[in-house]
Design a protein around this ligand. Structure first.
Ligand SMILES: [Zn+2]
Length: 348
């Protein structure tokens, strides 16, 4: 090959390469303008991605309450919701009709909770994870626990509902995420009791004692303690639950935890004479956790107070903000309100 041929070859190569570069630029510009054009049109990809995990709960309502919570989230228009379930379930019989609605395939209900070695949700695909596990749920595989810890520490969102704060007493990082827990042989070794006195004093009490108690289910008053938090902003200072359990004597690490609202058991058979934490938020590294102790059974979950605090808590855990308003039918200090649950026939 002579020198002129080499120069021509080099020029052709440069020209070809330059041309290729121009095409690439145009393609990139095209993608940018497509993205801009769609900016004001809500797209499915703009929805908050939520994952409900469940399968083992001492509360037999769980197959139904998972579907209820999924529907409440979707009805806001802000969320798309997936469900991930352990292959071995516990207490799935009472609400077995709701099992197929989760779209998770076949599961096997056992007499006792058993670990599912393949339970490994892709947490990182979601903006918020909601636990509908309960007391005595079998441990997740260690690799899944570690993946969940990393997901939350890196900025993920988590919502703990009712008996989810009974789960996993021996998993330290989980207990740091939920702040306070109950039952499962939790004692002073796990952290203080935290509560408000009748004189509005916030107490951290490290005295020895067991954890977790409640009186009979009844409608009881919730008192908002943090009026300016996005989750509670706009709620009346005091509002009533529907028939529900007022969890008491919870204890745990309670680090970086803010009590948004407390409950006072007025059943006449209260385990304590104090205002117990009901709605809490916890910072865990970059992650945000919303913890509600409410939601014992379907009639508790139909409470407008439960529904609204739950969907707002999930939005906050996912994004750090709340855009869902407090609705006109929100309960007041002397009126409990509920919305009888009906399956949405158009559910996705
Ligand atoms: Zn309960």
């Amino acid at each position: 090959m002579n020198r002129i041929s080499i120069i021509l070859l080099v020029l052709v190569s440069l020209g070809f390469s330059g041309c290729k570069g121009t095409n690439t630029d145009r393609q990139e510009n095209q993608s940018v303008s497509d993205a801009n054009a769609g900016q004001n049109v809500p797209k499915r990809t703009d929805l908050i991605k939520a994952l409900i995990v469940d399968g083992q709960n001492n509360h037999e309502v769980w197959p139904k309450s998972t579907i209820m919570m999924k529907q409440y989230l979707e009805e806001t228009g802000l969320f798309e919701v997936d469900i991930h379930r352990t292959r071995y379930t516990w207490n799935a019989k009472r609400e077995a009709d709701y099992l197929p609605l989760a779209g998770v395939g076949e599961t096997t209900d056992l007499e006792n909770p058993q670990s599912d070695p393949d339970f490994s949700p892709a947490f990182e695909k979601y903006d918020v994870v909601i636990s509908n596990f309960g007391w005595k749920a079998a441990n997740w595989p260690e690799i899944t626990q570690k993946a969940f810890e990393k997901y939350i520490a890196d900025g993920g969102g988590f919502v703990s509902v009712h008996a989810a704060d009974n789960s996993f007493p021996d998993w330290l990082e989980y207990n740091r995420m939920i702040g306070l827990g109950g039952w499962g042989d939790r004692t002073e070794k796990d952290g203080p009791y935290v509560y408000y006195t009748n004189e509005v004093e916030l107490i951290r009490d490290s005295s020895p004692g067991s954890s977790g108690a409640h009186g009979p289910s009844h409608s009881f008053p919730i008192t908002v303690r943090e009026k300016d938090h996005p989750i509670t902003r706009g709620m009346p200072e005091v509002w009533l639950t529907t028939k529900d359990e007022c969890y008491a004597k919870l204890r745990g690490p309670a680090e970086n935890m803010t009590i948004l609202a407390t409950g006072k058991d007025i059943s006449g058979n209260a385990p304590t004479d104090r205002h117990e934490p009901m709605l809490m938020v916890i910072d865990y590294d970059k992650g945000r956790i919303f913890h509600t102790t409410l939601g014992h059974d379907d009639y508790s979950i139909e409470s407008v107070g439960f529904i609204v605090s739950f969907v707002r808590g999930a939005e906050w855990a996912a994004t750090g903000e709340v855009t869902i308003p407090v609705p006109a039918d929100f309960p007041s200090a002397d009126k409990s309100t509920s919305r009888p649950f009906e399956l949405n026939p158009k559910r996705p």
